[in-house]
Write a protein that binds this ligand. Structure first.
Ligand SMILES: Nc1ncnc2c1ncn2[C@@H]1O[C@H](COP(=O)(O)OP(=O)(O)O)[C@@H](O)[C@H]1O
Ligand SMILES: [Mg+2]
Length: 327
């Protein structure tokens, strides 16, 4: 298959005064053309760091320390910053950063902010067609360019943020929590919009969210992330129907939706927590720094002695699980 993106054994660390935070710890996945992968996991598990790494935008003191990100047969971790900026950033891979809707500059109207992006990338500043096209694809009127951020609703601001990410027609869009902090109605509008964009523009999407329910609406493939690692990866319906990793099981059984009731996991006898809502388990920096063996050990109802060792990666035709239960 012709992949849009292949990530191999990616490691991203933050070099802090407390030690080395392994925010992304040996992550591998592939993304097909016109496909969407959902990255899901609780707050602090490394989703944003992973997304930013794909765009080589990991903030200081973070650094990609190992692994490959392959785009069109080229490892883009190896090319110079200059070449990356010229050829890849926003043109091939673009990102809607977490909280993007709140990071629009209040002083400038939408049009100036969009024109500024064009200018930074060497396009004529007044390329109205490019701007209108981008706004049209997120279902906004071109006249919105005259508005200032405070005149827009949350949903409209998020659409503007998406339009900005689409300005240079990227093939891959990373959307980091694009629906978080929007109300439910607006959330579903944004989800539908992303689905439409994927269809219309033949785009691949990396959809990041802490909410498995939201993610499964957009993504064919889901990667479950826990403390810097993908602990399970599979087709969206498989993850729902038959979650393998105990952490995935916990996520699936804690979605309070009707859909969930129709999809009770096959191995529900393994459920120790019933349909209890997911309690947030903090992925503290300390535990990311220190823990050996399975990272879910302390919270796993099936933990055994051997889980103190690093779990094996068990592959099947649609994905993998990183767990001793399947050895
Ligand atoms: N700038 C930073 N400096 C040090 N540690 C960081 C920094 N940004 C994130 N981290 C740590 O990296 C881990 C992953 O964070 P993040 O990628 O933001 O997770 P998520 O997006 O899943 O909430 C967390 O433990 C977080 O504390
Ligand atoms: Mg995040």
């Amino acid at each position: 298959m012709n992949f849009a993106l292949t990530v191999n054994n990616l490691k991203v660390h933050y070099f802090t005064q407390f030690g080395n935070v392994k925010a992304v710890d040996d992550v591998s996945f592939t993304l097909g053309k016109n496909e969407s992968i959902g990255i899901v996991g609780e707050s602090g598990c490394g989703k944003s760091t992973l997304g930013a790494a794909l765009l080589r935008s990991v903030p200081f003191p973070g650094k990609i320390v190992d692994g490959q990100i392959v785009l069109d047969n080229q490892d883009i971790t190896k090319i110079s910053d200059d070449e990356f900026d010229k050829k890849i950033r926003w043109k091939e891979i673009s990102m809607i950063f977490q909280g993007a809707l709140n990071s629009l500059d209040p002083v400038f109207n939408v049009g100036s902010q969009m024109r500024e992006i064009l200018k930074q990338h060497g396009y004529p500043r007044d390329d109205i067609d490019v701007i209108s096209e981008s706004l049209k694809s997120v279902l906004l009127e071109p006249t919105i360019t005259r508005k200032y951020p405070h005149q827009l609703s949350g949903g409209m601001k998020q659409r503007v943020a998406i339009a900005m990410a689409l300005l240079l027609n990227p093939k891959i869009l990373i959307a980091d929590e694009p629906t978080t902090s929007l109300d439910v109605m607006v959330q579903s509008q944004i989800i539908n919009l992303l689905k439409k964009l994927k269809r219309d523009r033949n785009m691949s999407i990396v959809f990041i969210s802490h909410d498995l329910g939201v993610i499964s609406e957009v993504s064919e493939t889901i990667a479950i992330m826990y403390r810097g690692q993908i602990v399970e990866l599979g087709k969206s319906y498989e993850i729902y129907k038959n979650p393998k990793h105990p952490y995935t099981e916990k996520l699936v059984t804690s979605i309070p939706s009707i859909k969930n009731k129709e999809n009770i996991p096959q191995n529900s006898d393994r459920k120790s927590e019933g349909s209890a809502r997911l309690e947030r388990i903090e992925s503290s920096q300390q535990s990311i720094i220190k823990q050996m063996g399975c990272k879910y050990f302390d919270n796993c109802p099936y933990a055994k002695e051997k889980c103190r060792n690093d779990p094996p990666l068990i592959n099947d035709k649609n994905g993998f699980v990183r767990c001793w239960l399947y050895e």
